[in-house]
Design a protein around this ligand. Structure first.
Ligand SMILES: NC(=O)C1=CN([C@@H]2O[C@H](COP(=O)(O)OP(=O)(O)OC[C@H]3O[C@@H](n4cnc5c(N)ncnc54)[C@H](O)[C@@H]3O)[C@@H](O)[C@H]2O)C=CC1
Ligand SMILES: O=C(CO)COP(=O)(O)O
Ligand SMILES: [Zn+2]
Length: 347
């Protein structure tokens, strides 16, 4: 029998100042024993300290570890402090959440996702994108037992992070086109329901883009719910296929090439403009959607050297080569890459 396991969060808590309920949420989930909070320098005071206070008020013993990148070393650092913990909480951006998620999986303990920004769709997904020598791609981790998304913290984060989360969702358009192409050319397994959820989430966020405003709690709530849905599409598919195709290959390649990469979602959005053109689709629709969301649509806005855009386009196909996309096995030639980036206004 070929069984399929679909893992999803048990509870999702979204609301203003909900982070103050972290202790109560853990108690209601019958979690006891020692806990570990993983965070970063910025997000310690933004969210982790409040979560820790809430836990200690209910007599939880809480340890803390700070990390700076989503790498195996960072995972090891967390694991070294997780010997007898019953829950690891990741309080921060995507990198913090991925490291906490992976460490919890490796230590066979629960993971709680506490996003402090709505900047990516990994807040509820069962995968973790961890940097390695070949460039980061997502590994199988585990779904959070719960998500605590404080919309007051999220709405006060730099708007750029919210726009980046929206762009990460818009990039689902080309991820689905690549998945459909792989199904036609390679007979790759394809989930209609995961694809439909991924695409519907992208369509909805584009439809609402004019109401996504800086500092608005309802905007934060809307984007968090969309990021959650995109993560559920990943859960249903059992892989990042519904949300990661050639545009993500481009972004992961750029992470390796650029001196100072931009935000993940920003890079994926620009990748989607160019990959939609390669698919012969309506790339101007993608570009205009990103403009409406105030997400970057070119190298200048990304603050990335145009030469790095070309280099990333030329090497993108080498990222996760087993995942077939419009880039094919040989990728773009230098001339074709330049032509594509110029034609779509990216450089
Ligand atoms: N596991 C999955 O399914 C997915 C994982 N990812 C991964 O997530 C990462 C991207 O996540 P990002 O959050 O874009 O990057 P990030 O984790 O580097 O965070 C971006 C910056 O925002 C700051 N920040 C976070 N919350 C803040 C707040 N409230 N106020 C001010 N600053 C705040 C962080 O300190 C950091 O400096 C990538 O590594 C990507 O591969 C992305 C999508 C899906
Ligand atoms: O970023 C992701 C989905 O938005 C995860 O994608 P990867 O599998 O390419 O890391
Ligand atoms: Zn992404």
């Amino acid at each position: 029998m070929n069984y399929k396991k679909i893992q999803m969060p048990r509870e999702v808590h979204i609301g203003s100042d909900v982070i103050n309920e972290t202790g109560k949420i853990c108690q209601d989930l019958k979690i006891d024993g020692n806990l570990l909070v993983v965070t970063g320098k910025n997000t310690l005071k933004i969210g982790a300290k409040i979560a820790i206070e809430s836990l200690e008020e209910l007599n939880y013993s809480v340890d803390l570890v700070q990390i700076t990148e989503a790498s195996q070393n960072a995972i090891k650092k967390v694991e070294d402090k997780s010997s007898d913990v019953s829950l690891i909480l990741g309080v921060g951006g995507g990198k913090i959440i991925d490291v906490a998620k992976m460490a919890a999986k490796n230590k066979d303990t629960y993971f709680m996702s506490v996003p402090t920004a709505a900047s990516h769709d990994g807040i509820a997904s069962p995968l973790a994108s961890i940097k390695d020598a070949k460039g980061s791609v997502s590994l199988t981790a585990q779904s959070p037992i719960g998500v605590i998304a404080d919309t007051n913290i999220i709405r006060n984060a730099p708007f750029r992070l919210l726009a980046s989360g929206c762009a990460d969702i818009v990039s689902n358009y080309t991820a689905i086109k690549d998945w459909q192409l792989a199904q036609r050319l390679q007979n790759e397994g394809y989930s209609e329901s995961a694809a439909a959820l991924s695409l519907m989430t992208a369509k909805l966020i584009i439809k609402s883009s004019n109401s996504i405003k800086e500092g608005l709690e309802e905007s934060a709530r809307l984007v968090v719910k969309s990021l959650f849905s995109s993560g559920m599409a990943i859960s249903i598919a059992g892989s990042s296929r519904p949300a990661s195709g050639s545009e993500h290959k481009f972004s992961h390649a750029l992470d390796r090439i650029a001196k100072k990469p931009a935000l993940h979602g920003e890079q994926c959005g620009i990748g989607a403009i160019m990959m939609m053109n390669l698919h012969g689709g309506d790339w101007k629709f993608i570009r205009n959607a990103l403009k409406d969301m105030k997400a970057p649509t070119n190298a200048y806005e990304l603050e990335i050297d145009p030469d790095d855009i070309i280099e990333a386009l030329i090497s993108a196909h080498k990222i996760r080569p087993e995942r077939y996309t419009i880039l094919g096995d040989r990728g773009l030639s230098r001339d074709a890459a330049k032509k594509l980036a110029v034609k779509t206004g990216v450089i």
